[in-house]
Design a protein around this ligand. Sequence first.
Ligand code: GLN
Length: 256
Amino acid sequence: MELTIGWLYPKLMSTYGDRGNVICIQRRCQWRDIPVKILPLEQTSEAALFLQADLIVGGGAQDRQQEIVMRDLQGSKAEALKNQLDDGIPGVFTCGSPQLLGHYYEPALGQRIQGLGLLDMVSKHPGPEAKRCIGNVVFEITAEPLRQELQAMTGETPIVIGFENHGGRTYLQTVSPLGKVKTGYGNNGEDGFEGAFHQKAIATYSHGPLLPKNPFLADWLIRTALEKKYQDSVQLTPLDDCLAQQARAAMLKRLE
Ligand code: GLN
């Protein structure tokens, strides 16, 4: 078995450290002797390259970079990404990325950025004077079947710990929320929802980076990608996550 990680616009969408998600998946595969290839999907990439990804990671970005990305993510590239995710290729998209997977993102300044319309949601920045949503975030995953699959994997209620830093506010229409906020702002600081979930794609405002703080999510992504690619059940060798567990316990105690 081997895994190819498609990394969306790494030069433009790594402002908030989400490359840590790519590194986490890569290392958790290598520790299990699963060869990993990292495939940058960027302005110079052809649409066909998007179809080579077994799993897709998208990070966060400032409004300006998001506008540049959407000028490129059009036509056959946009279709390739949408088809991959609609077809159940797993992915994890943080902040600026999922804003572009919705119908549109209205940045703090400038014109509305049309999104892919894959996720039935919209995002709006209330303007440069508005308070940013910044701080630690804790949320409970509610989206099914993800919640049940994570509970079966870990034997626990799936609680995610992260860090958010966004001006944009996201409003879900028919797409499922990823979870319900316990600490922090989440999608908009009003409706108590955090993120979105579509097929096998996780959309969240949680940086951190997300996956090292929540290794069970990394393993869910790896297992889901390998099971889809090889059309067979996959059992991942357990890893010693005691340091991550200690860090999580400390953060949950601090934030309760
Ligand atoms: N520029 C977007 C916003 O401010 C996304 C920020 C991010 O990716 N952290 O909401």
